[in-house]
Design a protein around this ligand. Sequence first.
Ligand SMILES: Nc1ncnc2c1ncn2[C@@H]1O[C@H](COP(=O)(O)OP(=O)(O)OP(=O)(O)O)[C@@H](O)[C@H]1O
Length: 280
Amino acid sequence: MSQAVHPLERSGTASAIPKLSVNNLEIIFENPATGLRTEAVKGVNLDIRQGEFVSIVGLSGCGKTTFLNAIAGLVKPSAGSIKLDGKSVEGPGPDRTVVFQKPSLLPWRNVLSNVIYGLELRGVRKDEARERAAKYIKMVHLNGFEKHLPHQLSGGMQQRVNITRALVCEPEVLLLDEPFAALDAITRESMQNELLSLWENTGKTVLMVTHQIDEAVLLSDRVIVFSARPASILEEISIRLPRPRTPELRDNPRFDYLAKRIWELIHSTAEKKVNPEYEI
Ligand SMILES: Nc1ncnc2c1ncn2[C@@H]1O[C@H](COP(=O)(O)OP(=O)(O)OP(=O)(O)O)[C@@H](O)[C@H]1O
């Protein structure tokens, strides 16, 4: 198998400064009605390089989405810091886009119009917006469906529009929260392949939350295993498998070994006792 050049090397942007830098992150939710607190994230330190593909796995409810939302600027850290290109993240910004599990398309807008919506909000000229949208719609093989309304698309196609809508804004960092969870196995596999080729073509930095261990191994440069809540990093696993990655890689014994290792780590943390909430 030929070894593809990693987007990081191809772009020539390898730098000592991480793209994203999370330091001692702590997130505690407070319920104003009861005064009870839920500690979701505790003491997370993580650096992500430009062009890296990193996945986060962990038990349900451990704090993965909270962590991703903090990087998106949607959740405020209780302590610690998040830096993007060395600058503190204080809220949402055009440099980051989140793709959630459920497509949130505007039902009255067709595919093209949904894809260019974010560009309209950013004041991008109409002709430029259409040109950019056409490029990404083609990349995800949705050309021919530009005039379809969301309800005229399958779930997988809707999620492709959702991802296209995020990509067309050309964010520096793409944040994916279980983007393929609602899809059947076959559609999921084809979406994983599309995501891989999009990532290879665009060189974006990707941070993805997933419950699918094999998906994390197949796509990522690194898999971060979170502990039970409050999320802390249990282990970082480098995925040294050749690229381009194809589904056949699942037959590679190394793939099996890595997936089993991650599974064991998650399993080990399931034994940990978790307090649902504690009083201030
Ligand atoms: N807005 C909020 N207010 C209060 N508590 C919250 C809030 N959002 C999340 N939590 C709590 O934080 C903890 C972590 O939730 P989070 O959604 O980050 O977990 P997760 O790992 O993404 O779970 P899953 O894999 O099931 O999606 C949970 O105990 C949850 O109840």
